[in-house]
Design a protein around this ligand. Structure first.
Ligand SMILES: C[S@@+](CC[C@H](N)C(=O)[O-])C[C@H]1O[C@@H](n2cnc3c(N)ncnc32)[C@H](O)[C@@H]1O
Ligand SMILES: CC(C)=CCC/C(C)=C/COP(=O)(O)OP(=O)(O)O
Ligand SMILES: [Mg+2]
Length: 293
């Protein structure tokens, strides 16, 4: 036997690596992420989110002291607004039955997946580039004894391990700014059944402003992402058999979350970029729900 034949015989199965050096960087970013603003909010009730909040602040729920009691109340309120955001997204998935399968593209630590299962009783499959996040989400699913219904995998959302037409609905919750939108919507369109629903909540730059503002560039640099414009979303959907059923500007609904977060001890330094860009109109927080036709 030659050396080449020997190597071929004993070579271990190939584990696919990241599809690009950029995806490798993003996987490392989320593997290393442990910001208190995310972990302490998740600790409130075990739903761990990596997205932002919507809705009015309930000032009666906030303490009037800046001690640990006041901080605990503020954290619970920020978390309530983040969970309200996920409920709003799930509310646009349409009529989902217990036998359906949902796909969370860019699932993070899995908070939205758990909420989706609790709401619909169905299967929820998630993909993330980060092995740490997938482990975290699967650990939470086991703790909740829903591991038969909620599962996260380490996988590129542009090539998901799900059959054609296998999902009743799919979504991106603040995860579409890491990929090319044409590639992304082509993949959702493949995975969704005809008549299925796609929903995204995303931050996008506003073509009415002209080009990405300095605040948008700051957010891109902060998260190593590439925020798309509203126009790009609608064009890429139209090109991939996704027909918008609702386009909702959530910008006024997310500003209270940011204004409250800016007063907390858990600030990360990106708060002003969000507040300024939402206020000057250069950036928008949007929900887009689309029918797969
Ligand atoms: C801001 S987090 C959002 C997490 C989650 N959707 C949530 O609402 O909590 C962005 C997520 O997108 C994922 N992501 C980015 N690019 C991806 C890709 N090409 N394939 C799969 N996941 C990706 C990251 O791994 C991360 O989990
Ligand atoms: C709306 C936009 C542009 C989102 C970019 C994607 C992103 C990083 C979302 C929040 O993640 P996180 O919850 O980990 O961030 P933070 O630590 O700031 O709470
Ligand atoms: Mg967060």
């Amino acid at each position: 036997m030659t050396n080449t034949e020997l190597t071929a015989t004993v070579a271990p199965p190939r584990v696919p690596g990241p599809a690009s050096p950029y995806q490798g960087d993003i996987a490392r970013y989320w593997d290393g992420e442990a910001r208190p603003v995310n972990l302490r909010l998740g600790d409130v009730d075990g739903l761990y989110h990596h997205h932002y909040g919507i809705g009015e602040v309930d000032h009666s729920a906030l303490g009037d002291t800046e001690d640990s009691v006041g901080e605990k109340k503020l954290i619970a309120e920020l978390h309530r607004l983040e969970s309200a955001q996920a409920e709003f997204l799930l509310g646009h998935l349409g009529g989902i039955g217990r036998d359906d399968t949902l796909v969370d593209a860019g699932c993070g630590r899995g908070g939205s997946m758990v909420m989706a299962h609790q709401r619909f009783g169905c299967k929820v499959e998630g993909v993330t580039l980060s092995a740490k996040q997938a482990d975290f989400a699967n650990h939470r699913a086991r703790e909740l004894r829903i591991q038969d219904h909620v599962r996260a995998r380490v996988c590129n959302m542009l090539a998901m391990p799900f059959g054609t037409g296998s999902a009743a609905a799919s979504w991106n919750n603040e995860s579409s700014m890491y990929v090319d939108l044409n590639d992304l919507f082509a993949e959702h369109s493949r995975v969704l059944e005809v008549g299925g629903r796609y929903v995204t909540i995303t931050g996008c730059w506003n073509p009415r402003y002209g080009q990405p503002s300095k605040w948008v560039s700051q957010i891109n640099a902060h998260f190593e992402c590439n925020i798309h414009s509203r126009r790009e979303y609608l064009r890429a959907m139209a090109d991939n058999r996704l027909v918008p059923q609702a386009v909702i500007d959530l910008t006024p609904d997310t500003l209270p979350y940011w204004e409250l977060r800016a007063t907390s001890s858990l600030v990360t330094g990106i708060e002003d970029a969000f507040i300024n860009s939402y206020r000057d109109g250069s950036f928008q927080y949007l929900l887009i729900a689309a029918d797969r036709v």
